[in-house]
Design a protein around this ligand. Sequence first.
Ligand SMILES: *[C@@H]1O[C@H](CO)[C@@H](O)[C@H](O)[C@H]1NC(C)=O
Length: 157
Amino acid sequence: MSDLKVLIVCLGNICRSPMGEAVLRDVAKKRGVDMFVDSCGTAAYHAGEEPDGRTISTCAQHNIPIEHSARQIQTSDFTQFTHILAADDSNLRNLERVKPKNATAEVCLWGSYLDNKPIADPYYGGINGFERVYQQCLSLSNAFLDQVANDRHSQYL
Ligand SMILES: *[C@@H]1O[C@H](CO)[C@@H](O)[C@H](O)[C@H]1NC(C)=O
């Protein structure tokens, strides 16, 4: 049983981070990595809402199950999760600002596992932007698991 607990974070928790959560969970399952995945936003203004319709339809096109109710980051997340992965630099700065002193989670840009690139907010664009976010989440999920799942696994060899 893996003790990996990963929280994907964007601004409102309706476009990028619920997609990232769904994709990372799916990729981990396909790779046989047992881990807990959740997502949240740095802001609360969409709290309780379902993911954006374009995030849901993009996931459906790729047969990725998605179900999430938006929520804001909370202090306990920093001790409950092992990894808190920010979609962009603004999200990362906001996380650092609310991070408690006793935080145990690694807090970083998700892109730091691959190319240091942010996931751009697709909210004000068309559906193509959501497909780009999907492709990025897929690459980032594999890059993250390449490093973290293998590292963890090697501890037990
Ligand atoms: C960490 O610190 C926060 C206050 O900043 C506190 O509410 C919380 O209980 C602490 N968590 C643990 C696991 O000690």
